[in-house]
Design a protein around this ligand. Structure first.
Ligand SMILES: Cc1cc2nc3c(=O)[nH]c(=O)nc-3n(C[C@H](O)[C@H](O)[C@H](O)COP(=O)(O)O)c2cc1C
Length: 139
């Protein structure tokens, strides 16, 4: 399986998750400004909520993907209060014909004094375990 990790972050929380996940998978975590140049079976995409939605940059990135290059997307991210961005990402991914796996990772992210320190060490550990399981399952 060929994996890639891309993330979008405004305050660093998603980047920390992305780095933990990427390290476990054995690839580099790169921002979404780094295009997917080579074919990958699984793109792990880190993104979070901003004003009740995914960032327009994330929507543009997903719409720019080609199903000839990206087999599947796995969603991960953080939010202060809301649940995962899964449905929003899947909606955009559907428009380019790339499936989003049911498996996803989501945890709380610090925002304006809420969820202080999140993602914390326990979150990062859970993210690594998620990545490890995913890698084993998709072998
Ligand atoms: C401008 C802004 C708007 C946000 N809006 C929401 C929101 O609508 N719902 C929510 O649950 N969290 C919201 N958050 C919290 C972020 O989703 C959370 O802090 C997340 O961990 C940010 O990830 P990042 O550090 O990778 O940017 C917002 C954060 C920012 C900075």
């Amino acid at each position: 399986m060929r994996f890639a990790v891309r993330y979008y972050t405004q305050t660093g929380n998603t980047k920390r998750l992305a780095e933990a996940i990427a390290e476990e998978i054995g690839v580099d975590a790169m921002p979404i400004t780094t295009p997917i140049d080579e074919e990958v079976d699984v793109l792990l995409l880190g993104n979070s909520y901003y004003a009740f939605s995914i960032a327009p940059e994330v929507a543009s990135f997903v719409s720019s993907l080609s199903k000839d290059k990206v087999g599947k997307i796995v969603n991960f991210g953080t939010a202060a209060m809301m649940n995962s961005t899964y449905k929003k990402v899947r909606k955009v991914a559907n428009t380019v014909g790339i499936p989003v796996l049911d498996e996803e990772f989501h945890c709380k992210g610090e925002f304006k004094g809420m969820n202080k320190g999140r993602p914390n060490e326990d979150d990062l550990k859970a993210a690594r375990e998620f990545a490890k399981r995913l890698k084993e399952t998709l072998k």
